[in-house]
Design a protein around this ligand. Structure first.
Ligand code: SAH
Ligand code: SF4
Ligand code: F3S
Length: 461
């Protein structure tokens, strides 16, 4: 693994200024997870670094980049739908550059499809290519017809890539890239490559910069943050990193995702108990409540171990809440397996669930398994899971009424004049207050709940 520093490209900046009479506009849209959103912020930073401006509508753009997600078929279809819709725009504006990057671009069959069926797509590069964008664009502006890079993984981490963050009070901070787990259903290890951790000093420097700039919530990102540090000279694990970051003085809170249950240690839970800056909430994707399926998914834990971890966390961190991801309809899932998932969901009592119907991903191990369960059966199971979780979440939300909580005010509520804030546990509360509060913390007395949205009164309003 090599660590490189981002290099500003003055030649690219000059070329952009020569080609366009006024600063060209870029429209960047990121699909998928927070990691991709974070990459999108760096793509914007790199473009601004060579003289691009940013716009909110594809019609206003000289460069359109879709930063894509490959995790489920639906995600890919959405991207193809969006790209297809650009054909007319390109005909009207031949100088328009259309590019596709991110996770889909790291699959050969997707690059082949774009080459063959989407001739108006000019530029394709993968997740490791963000720092090279100025050079790719230079080639394009110098007249090269199409640049469709083959999927490749670079064993490097490029630091100090410029970043244009979408919020000025909530920030994404990647601490590692890639994934080594190869859960049998998942495409991420194939498209994002092997796990690689950033150096603690680089993370700390970025973290300090965010706190100094007034960021109130910093979310550490990695596909499996609990395996942070593998292969680094520093000999640090994720808990050590959290302790290090929390030494930075300031008024902020820290979240992280995702925690793989197989690597979520007692030490991590102790760290959450010990560090006031850490949200008392854990996103701990279980995927299934059936030991048979957990083994078939290659998850390396069973229900008993998972529940023991939840129990330990509840003992050590009073009031801690949990959220999870669940896949419904993994190949060969029986009614019995699914019943075990429902039972687990009830036992844990999650605050929030992110539920997905299994989507076959070419190249993964699960894609080779027989999958006889009809779609209708899977959607029925999904509905039963959603109904079960709704009842739990409504009950859990109602239990909070009467408490006073500290929330980060994020924006406007659904009703005129209200603002919306987020609790430690990720729930939102709506209350009346002046909009100047957006981006800061407020003490809110929880007065009621509408399903899973809390209603409250601002103490200092
Ligand atoms: N690294 C994280 C999340 C990765 S993707 C983790 O391990 O939890 C986010 C979620 O998408 C996963 O947790 C899983 O629930 C879901 N997912 C991944 N591949 C999927 C597939 N092929 N079909 C349906 N859901 C999938
Ligand atoms: Fe996918 Fe599993 Fe890696 Fe998460 S841990 S990204 S689900 S392979
Ligand atoms: Fe999607 Fe890539 Fe994230 S596949 S979920 S954008 S890592």
């Amino acid at each position: 693994m090599e660590f490189l520093d981002f290099q500003h490209d003055p030649a690219a900046e000059k070329l952009v200024a020569e080609v366009y009479a006024a600063p060209p506009m870029a429209y960047i849209h990121s699909f998928g997870c927070q990691q991709n959103v974070s990459d999108g912020e760096r793509i914007k930073g790199v473009l601004c670094d060579i003289g691009y401006g940013l716009c909110d509508r594809p019609e206003d753009a000289d460069l359109i980049l879709y930063n894509t997600c490959a995790v489920r078929e639906h995600a890919e279809q959405r991207v193809f739908g969006n790209v297809g819709a650009l054909k007319a725009l390109k005909e009207k504006k031949p100088g328009l550059i259309i590019g596709l990057c991110g996770c889909m671009a790291n699959q050969q069959h997707i690059v082949d499809k774009l080459r063959k069926s989407y001739p108006y797509v000019d530029l394709v590069f993968g997740v490791d290519g963000i720092d090279t964008l100025p050079q790719l664009l230079s080639q394009k502006l110098e007249g090269k017809k199409r640049i469709l890079l083959a999927p490749a993984q670079r064993p490097v981490i490029v630091e100090h890539i410029p970043v244009r963050r979408e919020s000025d009070f909530r920030a994404w901070l990647p601490i590692m890239y890639g994934c080594d787990n190869f859960c049998t259903y998942c495409i991420v290890p194939y498209v994002r490559g092997r796990e690689k951790s950033r150096r603690p000093a680089d993370i700390l420097a970025e973290f300090k910069g965010l706190v100094a700039a007034g960021y109130k919530e910093i979310t550490l990102l990695g596909q499996n943050v609990n395996s942070y540090g593998k292969g680094l000279e520093e000999g640090m694990d994720f808990s050590d990193l959290l302790h290090l970051l929390c030494t930075v003085p300031g008024d902020y809170r820290v979240r992280f995702m995702t925690s793989h249950p197989k690597d979520a240690s007692r030490k991590l839970i102790d760290t959450i108990a010990a560090e006031p800056h850490l949200c008392k909430h854990l996103h701990l994707p279980v995927q299934s409540g059936s030991d048979r399926l957990l083994a078939a998914m290659n998850r390396h834990y069973n229900v008993e171990q998972y529940l023991a971890l939840i129990d330990y966390a509840r003992q050590r961190v009073p009031g801690i809440t949990f959220s999870s991801d669940i896949i419904v309809g993994f190949p060969g899932e029986t009614e019995e397996d699914f019943a075990a998932t429902l039972a687990l969901v009830k036992t844990v009592g999650y605050m929030q669930l992110f539920t997905f119907i299994y989507s076959k991903r070419e190249g993964t191990k699960a894609a080779l398994l027989p999958d006889p369960t009809p779609r209708k059966e899977k959607t029925d199971r999904m509905q039963r899971l959603l109904d079960t979780q709704d009842a739990i979440a409504i009950e859990k939300t109602a239990e909070l009424v009467g408490k006073t909580v500290r929330v980060l005010v994020e924006g406007y509520g659904r009703e005129e004049g209200t603002l919306s804030g987020r609790l430690d546990n990720n729930l939102t509360v709506e209350f009346l207050a002046d909009e100047s509060k957006i981006g800061s913390y407020a003490e809110i007395e929880l007065t009621g709940a509408r399903a899973t949205v809390l209603l409250g009164q601002c103490k200092e309003a």
